[in-house]
Design a protein around this ligand. Sequence first.
Ligand code: IFM
Length: 446
Amino acid sequence: MSVSFPKEFVWGTATASYQIEGAVHEDGRSESIWDRFSRTPGKVANGDTGDVACDHYHRYPQDIALMKELGIPAYRLSIAWPRVVPDGKKQVNELGLAFYDRLIDDLLAANITPYVTLYHWDLPQVLEDQGGWLNRDTADHFVTYTDVISRALGDRVKNWMTFNEPLCTAYLGYGIGVHAPGIVDMTFAKAVTASHVVNLAHGKAVRVLRENVPDAQVGIVLNMSPAYPYTDSEADRQAARMNDAANNRWFADPVLKGEYPPEVLEFMGANAPKIEAGDMDIIHVPLDFLGINYYFRTVVAASSDPNNHVGDVVQLPNVERTAMDWEIYPDGLRVLLERVHRDYDVKAIYITENGCAMPDVVDAQGEVHDPRRIQYLHDHFAAVKKAIDAGVPVKGYFAWSLMDNFEWSYGYDRRFGIIHVDYATQKRIPKDSFAWFKSVIQQNGF
Ligand code: IFM
C-alpha cells in the first residue's frame, strides 16, 4: 500500500531548549527550575542534568547540517526564557538573544522554517522563588518575555507556540512533583491553579504575538491521550469520560472554548482555581492552529475509591511498549485527531510531537539499527493520513526527536532521537530511522 500526503504537508523534527542546549552558565543565562530540580538529589535518574546535554548551544551548525541532510522543511525548537530575560522580568540579555538570532538565521539559510515554542518548561528559577506558575504575576512576566523575543525574531519567525504541554507543567510540576519545580500537592489544588495561570499567560501572550508579528501563525501545544474504557461497563465508560475531562478537556476547553469542564470544577470543589472576572475572555483567544503531542492512549477502569474521580489507569498485558513503558497504539492518534476535529473549532492541527524511546545500541560498525522506531513512525504516519482522509485538517508532523536528549526525570537513559548522541564524545550518528524518514520526506509519503 502506498501512502501520500497533501502537497503542502509540513514535515519536521522537534526539540526543546533545556533538553539539548547545555551551556547553562554561558552568556548570561540564569538558573532555570530544571537546573535546580536536576541538582536536587533523587529527582533525576543517575543525577543527570542539562548542564551539557547535546551541547547544541555550541554545535548547532552541525545539527542544522544534519537537518539539511534529512531534508526537513521545518524544525520545532523552544527558547530558554532564562537566556533571554535572566531576571525573568525585564533584564534583556543581548547575548542570549544573539544565540537565537544566529540559530534562526542559519535555519533559514538552510531553507528550514522555524516553529518556535516560547515555553518548554525552563522557567527562570527567580520567578519560581516568587511562586512560579502559582503566582498570577508570572503570566505578566511571560508577556514581557514574549514581547522581547517576538520583537527580536518576529521579522523571521512566523510560526509561534505559546506553551508546550501545560498538563506536564501543572500536574507533574505542581501536583505529583516529578517535574520541576517538584511541588507535591495531591489535592491538585496547586496543579489546577498553575494551569489557570499558564492559560492566562497564553491568552495574554497571543495578543502580544499578534501585535508584534501581524502575519504570525499562533497556537498552543497540548499533549493529549484518548481515554478508552477498560471494559464496556457503564462504570468504566464513566471513568474514561472523567479521565478525559481531567486530562484532555481541562486543557483544551479553556483555550478553545472559553470554559473549564464543569464536571472537573465540581469534583475539585474548593480546590478549583480562583477564576477572576474577565479571565476566561483573556484565555479564550482565536488561534491559527492547535499542536498535538501524541504518545499513547489511556485505558481506564472505574475505581473502588469514591474519592477517585478519574478512574485507574490500566496497564494492559501483552501489548507492545516503548522504553518508556508506553503502549504503542497508532490508531489512538487517528481517533484523537478525529475527535478534536469534531469537538473543537480548530482551523489547523500539527502533530508537534510523536515518537518513541527505544533501547538503541551502536553496533560494531558504528551504526544504529532501529527497525522498531521505523515501524512506529510508519504506523503513526498512516494513522495521520487516515485522519486527513476523514477530513481532519492536519497540516504537518514533527517527529520527537531530532536527536537523543535529556529526557527530564529519566535523564539520558531514554533515547527518542532519530540521531544517536554519544554523550561522552558528542558524536552524532543518524539512525536507520533517519534514512527512512528522509525517504518519506522526499516522496511525501511511503
Ligand atoms: O521529551 C518529552 C518532551 O519534552 C515533551 N513531550 C514528551 C517528550 C517525551 O517524553
